[in-house]
Write a protein that binds this ligand. Structure first.
Ligand SMILES: C[S@@+](CC[C@H](N)C(=O)[O-])C[C@H]1O[C@@H](n2cnc3c(N)ncnc32)[C@H](O)[C@@H]1O
Length: 412
């Protein structure tokens, strides 16, 4: 059954939203003001599939990737840049207003830079025993075969070829694979997950492929298969050898932008705690001027950060510790040691740690977030504890998606 709808606005996941009888109906790839024809999506009464745009928005543009709207990687390539950027910033403004948080929201900073420096590809055996290597389809677990992705940093060139080549022999083991590929100073760093125990002949095949594709390192479930060159990244004046699978900001420009905003907001602090520090994109830059204590639950990341800090001349002391901050947040007596705290939790936010920060006397707290909803919850806790939210800067690292990062400063 074909239905006609008019789109009211774009929702927080990038879908067009039509209001029908007071209910929101979500239509991917539709834009505000458009009149469209849609079909039902079985099992999803509030969703529709776009069949045809009858009256197009003047802001509609042609997507630049042939896989767009099939591949689930990008939600938005069909919207004029200024409108898209305003929508991203407005998501932050609206979420803060809903949580009754006052504070100026700065203009959105674009941080796509040269593109994504890490991808995770999926390899599956499709029908008729045909191998598929690519991203999952929009709204399903089907793998869309990909041989080209225009949003990648040129430093990832060769990544798709390497993934196809590694998947070919491995898929014979019979399990679906996830292949994470990261651009490093030494070349591509590849970690393959999903295959079971491998016979020595298969390890030899993988090593040969790693040589052939000039990979910096190949690991399976984090275990070394072959290292040709250490997979390092440069952070400030330091070089960090990446542990397989540790968190990394999606683009080089994203990391540099977030780190610059963090450094600016802590510029007078002499001793800083960096909570949820990862491999140290903030710590290793902050340590140019301040002593830093860094905490993260990922022991590999913390060890890599400590090693990089210790072997970089000219940095102030950095002390990195593996600690689960959900179970064991830094408490007010420990927080007395610092004159600024930075916290950059995963998507679920840091509610437990925020409560302890709210009970502390730290003069400056800088929050970095990849989820505006959990940020708003944690910011509310800080404000209720007596902090004033001074600035919120949205950062667009995941261009073409609905994801948004932000950096905010709180003082007391
Ligand atoms: C958004 S990343 C930020 C990392 C780093 N600040 C960066 O910019 O690369 C979130 C970090 O939180 C860490 N993490 C996740 N759960 C944690 C927990 N319960 N306790 C401490 N760290 C945690 C992850 O290992 C990851 O490094």
């Amino acid at each position: 059954m074909v239905e006609r709808l008019t789109i009211d606005h774009v929702g927080h996941h990038g879908d067009g939203v039509a209001i029908v009888g007071g209910q929101s109906i979500y239509v991917p790839y539709a834009l505000p003001g458009e009149t469209i024809e849609v079909a039902p999506v079985p099992g999803h009464p509030d969703r529709r599939r776009l069949l045809q745009v009858d009256v197009a928005s003047p802001d509609r543009i042609a997507p630049f990737c042939p896989h767009f709207a099939i591949c689930g990687g990008c939600a938005i390539q069909h919207w004029q840049g200024e409108r898209y950027r305003a929508w991203k910033r407005d998501m932050v403004v609206e979420t803060l207003a809903r949580t009754k948080l006052d504070g100026e929201v700065d203009p959105l900073i674009d941080a796509h830079g040269l593109g994504r420096r890490r991808i995770t590809l999926h390899a599956r055996m499709g029908t008729h025993e045909v191998l598929r290597v690519g991203y999952t389809a929009a709204g399903s677990h089907d793998v869309i075969p990909i041989d080209h992705c225009p949003i990648l940093d040129p430093g990832l060139s060769g990544a798709l070829d390497a993934a196809w080549a590694l998947a070919e022999p491995l898929i014979a083991v019979g399990k679906p694979l996830d292949i994470q590929i990261t651009m490093t100073d030494g070349g591509l760093d590849v970690d393959v997950r999903g295959s079971g125990p491998l016979p020595p002949a298969m390890i030899a095949t993988l090593s040969r492929l790693a040589e052939q594709h000039r990979l910096a390192r190949l690991t399976r479930h984090g275990e070394l298969v072959l290292m040709r060159t250490p997979p390092t990244i440069t952070i400030g004046s330091a070089r960090v050898t990446l542990p397989p699978g540790s968190f990394l900001q999606a683009t080089v420009a994203g990391e540099e932008t977030l780190a610059a905003l963090v450094s600016e907001r802590c510029k007078r602090a002499k001793h800083i705690a960096d909570l949820f520090c990862g491999v140290g994109p903030f710590s290793l830059r902050l340590a140019a001027k301040s002593r830093v204590a860094a905490f993260d639950s990922d022991a590999g990341a913390v060890t890599a950060l400590q090693k990089a800090a210790t072997s970089t001349p000219g940095l102030k002391p950095v002390k990195a510790e593996a600690r689960d901050l959900f179970r064991r947040p830094l408490m007010p007596p420990e927080l007395r040691d610092y004159d600024a705290v930075v916290f950059d939790p995963p998507r679920q936010g840091a509610e437990v740690q925020a409560r302890q920060l709210a009970a502390s006397k730290i003069p400056v707290v800088v929050a970095v977030s990849c989820n505006v909803a959990t940020f708003a919850r944690d910011a509310r806790i800080l404000v209720d504890g007596g902090y004033e939210m001074q600035s919120v800067t949205p950062v667009d690292q995941f261009r073409h998606t609905s994801h948004i990062e932000l950096v905010a400063k709180f003082t007391r």
